[in-house]
Design a protein. Structure first.
Length: 457
């Protein structure tokens, strides 16, 4: 039986980063991944979607380049070539992760890790991978999540036939469908709607809520929706899907049962934590609504057992998983650290991008916080105006009226993903408006919009 200081179940963002950090600190680490190192983010999510979206953005630039004095005759798009490039990017990044783990002394094995037993709080965790048995002084569960599949008539059959796709299958789709119905107007649904709309599909988004993009700022998401409606995407809001059939999707609104034609259907209504079948019950790990319960140090209720990433259901984002992994390892090493969730930035990589951090007007209102809202058009930024002809981007700042502290920032514009972290740092550090006025931003950059907004307060 092989013994380790730390056994990690899962080689996604939380798992591989925790393994790397712990190995670098001198711990003997075993990382167990049942499929592909890098997890959903690298293989089926963040990275491949961004690869596709960048190609679509370049294509849009060619098609509409006349606005910038650039004329491209007979611009065309090769979806299969884009997929080949996606595979190359994944391979390079996957190889890099494996090399880094090896360099830090981490043993990486392929298979499904199952928690078998533990005699008491001072005993090692016993983990099986097939017929092999391992023991570890500490355990980190980082098994990630899978697409949620609701009980909609015809959905399971559609998935089996390949008519209905999840984020995994749509990224390997070799032909652009004539029409695509997206069930769910969240991050993945909107990003894929953006891509397939750009490359020629007739796209319909069906969303149960009366707005898209979940808990993001509704004013900005409304602008985003109008942008895509102008590009031909149809949005069916306050709509419930009732049945999926070959060639179309039936949905219900206040106007009754309606249908949307579909060459393919993308199911994108959220994800569920992968907590089943890994033996959590054998050591008494507590869960709630299928997610592992963790404290601010990523500890579970079981001594020396931790959980990080999507499996705890706190914030299903890769960068959240990275930070949770660091917090967990720091706790193992006796380094003071704690996880905070109030300033985690989020981005929807549509064209334009939607970046958000901190409180929205709605979330602040629910907490009883009186706020001042500053909203300015992105044309206040010279860099944005130079690179976005006719763009209707917007930036919004949320300020606590009582303290004067900046508590939220939201941007609808290209490059939002690159500068929203600056706003996050301002919020995290507890800066007031007056303090933020003293910051110097490089010129010309889109990030200067933060400074412009601050001086409007």
């Amino acid at each position: 039986m092989s013994a380790y200081d730390l056994i990690v179940l899962g080689g996604g963002p939380a798992g591989y980063l925790a393994s790397e950090r712990a190995g670098h600190a001198g711990l003997r680490v075993l990382c167990i991944e049942k499929k592909n190192v890098g997890g959903v983010c690298l293989n089926e999510g963040c990275i491949p979607t961004k690869t596709l979206l960048y190609s679509a953005k370049l294509y849009d630039g060619a098609v509409y380049g006349e606005k910038y004095g650039v004329f491209v005759k007979d611009a065309n798009f090769d979806h299969k070539a884009v997929l080949n490039r996606k595979k190359k990017v994944i391979k390079l990044l996957s190889g890099g992760i494996k090399s880094t783990l090896k360099a830090n002394g981490v043993e990486l094995i392929s298979g499904t890790g199952v928690i078998c037993s533990r005699e008491n709080d001072e005993s090692p965790f016993i983990i099986s991978v097939g017929s092999d048995i391992y023991e570890g002084t500490r355990l980190l569960v980082a098994t990630g999540s899978s697409p949620a599949v609701p009980p909609i008539k015809g959905l399971e059959e559609g998935l089996e036939r390949g008519f209905v796709l999840t984020n995994r299958e749509i990224l390997d789709l070799t032909e652009v469908p004539e029409s695509l119905v997206v069930i769910g107007g969240g991050v993945i649904g909107l990003e894929m709607a953006s891509y397939f709309n750009s490359v020629g599909s007739k796209v319909t988004v069906i969303e149960m809520l009366d707005h898209i993009a979940g808990e993001n700022d509704e004013e900005l998401t409304s602008i985003l929706q109008k942008n895509y409606e102008r590009k031909g995407i149809a949005f069916k809001l306050s709509a419930k899907v009732v049945e999926v059939k070959d060639g179309f999707v039936e949905y219900e609104t206040d106007d009754g049962i309606q249908r949307a034609d579909a060459g393919k259907v993308l199911l994108s209504i959220g994800r569920r934590a992968n907590t089943q079948g890994i033996g959590l019950e054998s050591i008494g790990v507590k869960t709630e609504r299928g997610c592992i319960i963790t404290d601010e140090h990523m500890r579970t209720n079981v001594k020396n057992a931790y959980a990080a990433g999507d499996v705890n259901g706190r914030s299903m984002l890769a960068h959240t998983a990275y930070r949770e992994a660091e917090v967990a390892v720091n706790d193992m090493l006796g380094v003071e650290d704690a996880m905070k969730y109030n300033t985690i930035p989020s981005v929807i990589y549509t064209n334009p991008e939607l970046g958000s951090v901190g409180e929205t007007e709605a979330s602040a209102g629910k907490k009883g916080i009186a706020v001042k809202v500053v909203k300015i058009p992105m044309r206040y930024s010279g860099r944005y105006l130079a690179e976005n002809e006719g763009g209707d981007g917007s930036f919004k700042l949320i300020v606590d009226e009582e303290s004067g502290k900046i508590i939220g920032a939201h941007a609808l514009c290209n490059y939002a993903s690159e500068f929203i972290v600056s706003a996050g740092i301002i919020i995290e550090s507890g800066m007031t408006v007056d303090q933020a006025k003293r910051l110097i931003f490089p010129h010309p950059t889109v990030s200067e919009i933060i400074r412009e907004a601050v001086f409007q307060c």
